[in-house]
Design a protein around this ligand. Structure first.
Ligand code: PSU
Ligand code: MN
Length: 332
């Protein structure tokens, strides 16, 4: 016993010293600007990359991604676009890396959700990270706020197909605040909100006084959520309480698309209907469903849905940066 204690005494500090020299997350590469912002508690906004690799066509994808980063910067925060290049998870893709990812044909770049990460990293593949995967990486490096266009949800007929996006489960277990324009009406919005409630996710609208949850292309899905945050200051206040409570679940803030870019409800509903029929006819299933529907809707609306998509994500990035600023300003 005595001998053991002496051994332990001599041994423990050496083990600790050894561990201290091992890089904590060797598979994650953080851009120096993001690293600097993390060290100094400056506001940071994480951005996803599946929207680049599988959500928009080239060259709109790369143009939008760069404009979105610019929105974050001009609103006083540091953008950190997250993606995977040759198995290395990058937090803060450089312009060259972003351009490279955006140029790849969809077959050469993997849409990475939580379940895809081990394979893609091990096999040194490249991929766009979904909302779920981006949340995981953001949390691992200490980024609290993340902006995107829309999250995945419960698919229509999801009660039969069980096609429920892993984004929803991630929101239930990873403490990152996601700022987006809700979920697309290609999904079943009421069931998506039910699922989020079950997962314990705090869902609020942003500057939508009647608490009407947005449905991506239009400002109103017809579904109400219980809370509305009238300003960045209010949002930051709620995020402070969320962090103090250590709930370890995420927060979802739904920002309606600016009115001037909102789609006409009837036109977009018809396009979505048509896109679903095409997906069914072509037997599209699994992770291909969302990218297929997005491309089909854009085709059917002759690009006008894409314009709405670009406008809302830029707006969300600006709002997220303002919230990140309010959160960093302790006196507010
Ligand atoms: N919704 C969009 N555009 C997108 C996506 C969703 O309007 O690009 C992407 C996001 O990356 C989201 C993912 O996390 O699709 C969800 O895919 P799935 O339903 O397969 O989980
Ligand atoms: Mn799915």
């Amino acid at each position: 016993m005595h001998f053991l204690r002496i051994c332990a005494k001599n041994f423990v500090p050496r083990v600790t010293r050894h561990l201290a020299n091992v890089p904590r997350k060797p598979h994650i590469v953080v851009h120096p600007d993001v690293q600097h912002a993390l060290q100094h508690d400056h506001p940071i906004v994480a951005l996803e990359s599946t929207i680049i690799t599988h959500g928009m066509p080239h060259p709109e994808n790369v143009e939008t991604a760069l404009q979105v980063e610019e929105q974050v910067r001009s609103n006083g925060a540091v953008p950190a676009t997250i993606g995977i290049i040759d198995g290395s998870i990058k937090v803060g893709l450089t312009k060259d890396e972003l351009t490279e990812l955006a140029r790849k044909p969809q077959e050469q770049v993997i849409k990475c959700s939580r379940r895809d990460l081990p394979y893609v990293v091990a096999m040194r593949q490249s991929g766009g990270t979904t909302v779920a995967a981006t949340m995981i990486v953001a949390y691992q490096v200490g980024i609290k706020i993340f902006a995107t266009g829309g999250i995945g949800g419960v698919h229509r007929e999801g009660n039969v197909t069980m096609d429920v996006s892993a984004d929803l489960v991630e929101l239930g277990r990873t403490p990152v605040a996601v700022i987006c324009s809700g979920v697309k009406s290609i999904l079943d919005i009421p069931r998506t909100l039910e699922f989020l409630e079950t997962q314990g996710v705090c869902v609020a609208t942003y500057d939508s006084p009647d608490g009407l949850f947005p449905d991506f292309y239009t400002r109103d899905s017809g579904c109400k959520v219980p809370y509305n945050l009238p300003s960045a200051k209010h949002a930051a206040e709620m995020l402070r309480a969320w962090r103090k409570l250590k709930l370890y679940s995420g927060v979802l803030i739904g920002v309606p698309i600016p009115s001037e870019f909102a789609a006409d409800k009837t036109t977009i509903s018809a396009a979505i209907q048509e896109a679903h029929l095409q997906a069914k006819a072509q037997g599209i299933t699994g992770k291909e469903v969302t990218p297929f529907l997005l491309a089909a809707i854009s085709r059917i609306t002759k690009g006008s849905s894409l314009k709405s998509n670009i406008a809302l994500i830029k707006n969300n990035a600006a709002v997220a940066a303002q919230i990140a600023n309010a959160l960093a300003a302790r006196h507010l």
